[in-house]
Design a protein around this ligand. Structure first.
Ligand code: SF4
Length: 341
């Protein structure tokens, strides 16, 4: 297999110096800031993550301040970013780190023991914030390296990532490990694009890129066949009583585990059935869809104005302000949450 060369890395680093974006987590670097930004960026676009990152740092400026917050506050700060297990793990890990003195460990094995920190995130923290020669190999890096070397990587295998990390490690220049990691991220985000034609005409690696030479940029890496998403229908109830709205906790296991939600149930209930179930005025709301990684929710919604709260101990009636300020409802419910006003 052809390897990435030191000359290619030198060109990449030179390009990065002239083209890097100004991003809030680059203004001031610390292990905590790198950790939070990397967790946010796992499933969130850079543009969307910027505002969240700034607000997060204002609210939780240190690992200790995060550890001392309540889980409710942490989830509220994460509201809208989705994949809430990321926030829960950040919180759990912050509490562990705070108990041990408040500093993230500098050893890969120790970092990987913390909830939510896998090989990629550990590599990013080590290389960007600690200056350690440990690569961070994510989908962006695999794509760039696969095209550069015209190697048809099998993206489903962990060994592929480990092999690319082994190839890159000796190429990381001492004192420039942060630039190395971020340059690979940047070229994957700005030039060697995943879902559109890569912008090879602007790429500092084009002169030696094998996929480009072959005119087969989009063949690398080969696409993994994704299984179809499961579709589930759901009926969501916006239950209003005396200006307050019903929310309840989801089960501690499974999708959106332990988060607050609007009451709902499987299946697509007709209005007559909802009227038969609740005493009160029933108004149908527009249908909505929410796409998760493996499942799509197809939702039907009803606003139900109740004369008295139903005798369901799982329901908590709260004001619209409390929903805004205190309880975090996943964005899957945003089409119906806006009716709580
Ligand atoms: S030349 Fe094109 S395909 Fe090759 S690394 Fe650059 S952008 Fe990607």
């Amino acid at each position: 297999m052809r390897k990435v060369t030191a000359d290619e890395i030198a060109r990449l680093l030179e390009w990065y110096e002239g083209h890097k974006r100004t991003l809030p987590w680059r203004d001031e670097v610390s292990p905590y800031r790198t950790w939070v930004s990397e967790i946010m960026l796992q499933q969130t676009r850079v543009e969307a993550a910027k505002g969240y990152f700034l607000r997060w740092m204002e609210r939780f400026p240190t690992i200790r301040s995060l550890a001392e917050a309540s889980e409710e506050e942490v989830l509220k700060a994460w509201e809208g970013l989705g994949y809430y297990s990321r926030a829960r793990n950040l919180y759990k890990a912050a509490r562990i780190v705070a108990e041990r003195g408040g500093a993230l460990p500098k050893e890969k094995k120790e970092l990987e023991k913390l909830p939510g920190i896998g090989t990629y995130t550990a590599g990013a923290i080590l290389s960007i914030a600690f200056g350690v020669t440990e690569p961070a190999v994510d989908g962006n890096v695999l794509r760039v390296v696969s095209r550069l070397t015209a190697e048809p990587f099998d993206l489903t295998k962990n060994e592929t990532r480990a092999g690319v990390a082994d190839m890159l490690r000796p190429l990381m220049p001492e004192g420039k490990t942060s630039e190395f990691t971020q340059a690979l991220f940047e070229i994957g985000a700005l030039i060697c694009l995943p879902n559109a034609l890569p912008r090879c005409e602007l790429c500092p690696l084009a002169a030696t890129c094998d996929a480009h030479r072959l005119g087969k940029e989009l063949d690398y890496p080969p696409r993994a066949v994704k299984p179809d998403k499961r579709r589930e229908s759901l009926t969501v109830f916006v239950l209003e009583c005396a200006g307050k709205y019903a929310i309840r906790k989801r089960p501690e296991e499974g999708l959106l585990a332990g988060l607050w939600e609007l009451p709902n149930e499987r299946g697509s209930l007709p209005a007559e059935e909802v009227s038969a179930r609740y005493t009160g005025e029933v108004t149908p709301l527009p249908d909505a869809t929410h796409v998760f990684t493996h499942v799509v929710w197809e939702m039907k919604g009803y606003l139900v104005r109740l004369p008295a709260p139903p005798s369901d101990p799982a329901l908590l009636f709260v004001t619209p302000e409390e929903i805004r300020e205190r309880y975090s409802l996943p964005s899957a419910f945003s089409a119906y949450k806006k009716h709580c006003k």
